[in-house]
Every structure is written in C-alpha cells, then in structure tokens.
Design a protein around this ligand. Sequence first.
Ligand code: M6R
Length: 601
Amino acid sequence: MCGIVGATGVNQVLPSLLKGLEKLEYRGYDSAGVYVNGGKDGDFLVREKGRVSRLKAATENKHITGTAGIAHTRWATHGGVSVENAHPHMSEDGRFYLVHNGVIENFDELRDNYLQGVKLQSETDTEIAVQLIDKFSKEDNLSTFDALRKMISLLDDNSAYGFLLMDNETPDLMYAAKKKSPLLIGVSDQANVVTSDAAAMLDITQDFIELMDGEVAIIDKEKVTLFDVQGKQIERESFHLDIDASETDKGVYPYYMLKEIDEQVIVAHTLSQHYFDDDANVQNIDDEIIDAIKASDRLYIVAAGTSYHAGLVGKRYFEKWTGIPTEVHISSEFAYDQPLLSQRPFFIFLSQSGETADSREVLDNVVKQGYPSLTIANVMNSTLTREATFALPLLAGPEIAVASTKAYTAQIIVEAILAHAVGNSEVDLKNELAKAAVEMQVIIDQKDKFKIIAEQALKNQSSAFYIGRGLDAAVAVEAALKLKEISYIQTEGFAAGELKHGTISLIEEGTPVLGLVTQSKTAGLVRGEIAQVSARGANTVIIASKSLAKANDAYVLPDVDELLMPLLTVIPAQLIAYYATLDRGLDVDRPRNLAKSVTVQ
Ligand code: M6R
C-alpha cells in the first residue's frame, strides 16, 4: 500500500512524478504529495487530500521547476486522512523530505525516546523517521547516508519500509532503503528513478535494479550505488522489463475494470499457448515442481481475497486430478493460527500482486519450517515469487483496477493446468480450456444483458445474496466480494444449503438473491433453495448453464466442462458488479478505503 516515485536528472521533473503517481494510485488514494528541489528557486512541497488529480490541480500556477523530486500516494495507516498526514514529510528545519511505504511498528517509542523537543506536524510514523534523520545528522554530525542508516537500525523487526529521502543540500541525490515493501530503481542514460512499481516509470526507463531487504541506495542522475545491510558497497545488474507502457493505459475504456474483464479471453489464450505445446502436453512447468507436489501428502493453498476464492475452485482440480487432499486457507488466519500440518505438506500461494503482506507472513513461516512452496502470481519478481521454492506466472498483464478480475480467471486456469500436469488426467484440458475461452467471449459480448440485470435487481438495494452449491458456492463468494467492494451493496456469498440454518431470516420483500446453477449434481437442490427465498419475497435472479437452464432464468451460460464453469459463471458477476457501481455514480476502479496491493497486515 502507498505508492512511491522519485526521479533525478529529468528536465522539469514534476509532470513525470505526477504521471507516475497516477499509475500508482491503485496502491492507495487517500492523499497525495510531491516534493521538488528547485535549486536556486527553493523547495516545492505540495500535498493534498484525495486523488492525484487534486494534487495535480494544486501544483498548477505554482511555477514548480526542478530536475529531481519525490512523490507519494497514500493509503492511511497511522493518522487520519489529512494534508498534515500526507507525504512527503519534512524535517523541522525543512532540510530533509521523506516518503514511506510500510509501517514503523515502534514509532511511538522512538518518538518518546528521541524526539521530546521536536514539534511534530503530523500523526504519522513516517514523520518520526525524517525527524530522526535530521536529529542524527545534526547532533551526531552524520552524513545523510549514515543518519538514514542509523534511523533504520532503530526500527523494530516487525517494521516494513520503502523509504525515499531527499536532502536539499544535495539537490540531485535521492536515498532509497527497503524492507518488506517493494522498491525498484530505474536506470537510463538521462535520468534515474525510484518507484514502488515499474509500471509508473515506464515512460522514462524499462531497465530496473531491484533493491533487496535491508539495502540502501544512493541515486543521482548519473549513477546508482547500492549498499548491503552492513553498509558495504555491492553491485547488481539491472534487468530489462518487457512491458509495453500502453498495457498500463485504459485505452478506449472508461474504466480499467471493464478493460480487464474483456482481457480475460486473451489471457486464457496466452496461458494456453504458454503452458501447452502443440500436442496438448503441458510445458513450462518444471519437473521439480511436479515431483515436489507428487511427493507431498497434502496441499495447502494460501491466499487472500479474490485469490483465496480462486483457491476454493483450484482445490477441486487438485483433489480430482491428483488425488492429493487439498486445504484452502485465508493467509491472515493461517499466519497466526497454523493448523496441524500433514507429514509432507506442499504450499501453494496464489496472489495477483505477489506482495500481499498476510501471505508473505505465512510464506516466511513456511520457509523457516523448511517446507516446499510454489507461488502462482501475476507479478513475477515480486516478494512471494522470489521467496517461494518455485514460481509460476499468471501472464495476465498489469491488473490496475482494485477489483480483481482477470487475475482470478488466470489463477483458476493455472491451477487447472498444474493439477492436470501432476495428475496426468484424462481430460483434454487444452481443448476444454479453448472451448471455455470461446464461451467467455460470447458472455463478454452480451454486456447489455448484465447492465439490465444490475438495474432491475440492484437499483436502490442495500443488500444482496449470491448463492450456489459446490463450485457455484465457490464462485458465489467471489461474486459477492466483487459486488460489495465496488458498489458498497452489502452482499453475502453463500453455500445455498446453509441459508435455512439462520441467514434466511434476512430475506425480505425485494431482497435480491442471485442463484448460480451450473453443477448438475446440486442443480435441483439450489433451485429448491431459490424457491424457498422466493416464497419469502426475495427478488431472485437465476444464472444457469444451458443444460440446466429453465424458462425465466435471467441469464443462460453456455455449457463447458462443469469443472471449468467458474471461468464462465464469474463473468456475469463481474459485469453485474461493474454496472451496479456505474449506476450508483461511483468510481469503479477506486473503491473507498481500499488499495490494490495490500502490503500491510
Ligand atoms: O495481490 P493479491 O492477489 O495477493 O491480493 C489479495 C487480495 O487483496 C485481492 O484479491 C482483493 O481481495 C481484491 N481487491 C478483490 O477484488
């Protein structure tokens, strides 16, 4: 959470920083701020509550000039949403400027022990860090680099940080430090940059150096110098990132979410091409991964949010095709309440970002216990992919909207391919996935139908239910998360049979209940449950597969292999959520209180 960009050596740096912040808004959008060192024109510090667009407006007519600066978009942790709490934070004498992504757990102790005489301007942990740097540089006569390192040495083990610091006495220099929060240094002949996510700085460079935990870097416009935890200079090659800057643009779409829903078909094709050869044999999954899974006696899928929901679907594939019992766990629970493990566990982490702090906490524990693990993620080179024993890519391209869509379907596809590869299943999976991709496109091409369903079923409603059984129950929880997180309609995803054990008392005249009917074994039961809520006044909307459909169903899905139906069933749910949110005049891509990459626990 929180996005950081900085650049040095850019002729008029402000527009690059603001553009970078716009790309990072998915990481938080409570407030935004920028610092530009204007040389003889002095220091420019502008901070605003709310979105980057407000910051941009506030910088107009201020004649901000300068070739180096740092900027930040915030997801509030310590201290409310206010201009004072927005980053960059400044030292008391106006010399140092700092942006931070992460949490300093012992900040109050540091404040009480070291900063009694300092008049703090904010309630943030970050301001403590910049005031400490100032104090150590003055009182201990330390260089900025040493003062930064001394401040870092005082942070407790649980603290997480990506810091980017500027000292107005050395206008071209930036200092970066990292632990647990991602930070990349971008290099080019003209300018060097620092960013939480490469996508923010692709206009300047596609070559990046990764900063590792505990390291510090000094960046000027000509060179980058890296130091390890002990302060010893180290070398690291840059890597080239093959991302087209246009992939991170909305193009003709009004919202990223709609673009990403549409992209699901192409992602399915990309995955098929990557993971299958011409003879429909699985490729690009190392034998070591397959052997490690075969050697295990139980699989533990660990993830959060939508990725957890994809795990609920994947469990069926692993159990059916590999015969290995599979458990699915919410990472924030598993981290501090680890269940009794089997003799030979194998861990599978699912994540779009690869940076989710709750999942990282579990992986840390898994690594310490010496168990093998695999991360399936969209962002390769992320912490979860680096720290697991193995990693596989989702190849979904940048997912920018906070509501995850294409990462979910990609996760389901990769889980299916992996389970198929391990289990040598009889299914012609390549062919079945190709059919599913064709039908996904058919559904996506019928957007208007979901717009109508959203208007008819959800207008002016404050609560709703998605229900189903088996794989439909797994999709129901994802469908409910999609709808509630962006439209703010309180929605529960429910195993349909469980309703009568209590929750059915919430059904009133007109309560929208969306029933998913795609699994032949339970279709009759779910229809029975839909009838029960309908008898109690619910406004029922049935989404059924063609072979199980009945007259008056609201939408009929094409038939594909039942196990792959979640790839189809979720699309109406994504589009209904999208249109219900549009109808309410809300920002589809940036729901309140959320951030795309949840890097705090
Ligand atoms: O990056 P991850 O997949 O690890 O993120 C996990 C969740 O934070 C994420 O799926 C979240 O639930 C989405 N915003 C839901 O749309």
